[in-house]
Design a protein around this ligand. Structure first.
Ligand code: 5GP
Length: 187
């Protein structure tokens, strides 16, 4: 049976690195490409990192009930998992790995309680998380402020997850992620 690996974290905790590592080390996983209305960043590719769509198109997909879950992660920035995307990856016979916000992760866990593992990637401290976000420099001052506020709130949900992965020393965290995922997929 195909399973779902749901990775979440406050923005800046290093979740994307963990997701990429798992995809590199296992060929039975496929990444769930979300739809989003935010602007494409340099180095991102349409249809690989996200499906970049207009707010109108996003609203239309909501109205047609095409999403498994969606969230307005930041004001006027919508992100969602399409039912078609899940079906596409299941059709390939893969387990699906999600890089998704905390509320979306809890929603997926609720929808697929029996075959999902929800992992919360946690920064070693709030201070380190905030510093990482500041150093990212892909954000405007306004957008950075929104991300800091959201990160603070997201940290408060950590105990609702199946596994908390502390991202202190990256190599160690990646190894732990491999082990937790291997154990979950082997049963
Ligand atoms: P970013 O703009 O940095 O790529 O992503 C912002 C946040 O949106 C991240 O926490 C990311 O995991 C989350 N996100 C990405 N795709 C989805 C999705 O399909 N649904 C939800 N709920 N959150 C998502």
């Amino acid at each position: 049976m195909s399973k779902l690996l749901i990775l979440t974290a406050p923005s800046g905790a290093g979740k994307t690195t963990v997701v990429r590592h798992l995809l590199k080390t296992r060929n039975d996983l496929a990444f769930s490409i979300s739809a989003t209305t935010r602007a494409m960043r340099p180095h991102e590719t349409e249809g690989k990192d996200y499906y970049f769509i207009s707010p109108e198109k996003f609203r239309d997909l909501i109205a047609k009930d095409e999403f498994v879950e969606w969230e307005e992660v930041y004001t006027n920035q919508f992100y969602g998992t399409l039912k078609d995307e899940i079906n596409r990856l299941w059709g390939m016979g893969k387990h699906i790995i999600f890089d998704i916000d905390v509320k979306g992760a809890l929603n997926l866990k609720r929808i697929f309680p029996d075959n999902s593992l929800a992992i919360f990637v946690k920064p070693p401290s709030k201070e380190i998380l905030f510093e990482r976000l500041r150093q990212r420099k892909t954000e405007t001052e306004e957008s950075l402020k929104k991300r800091l506020a959201r990160a603070e709130e997201e940290l408060s949900y950590q105990n609702k997850f199946d596994h908390i992965l502390v991202n202190d020393v990256l190599e160690r965290a990646l190894k732990e992620a491999e082990e937790v995922v291997a154990a979950f997929l082997s049963v």
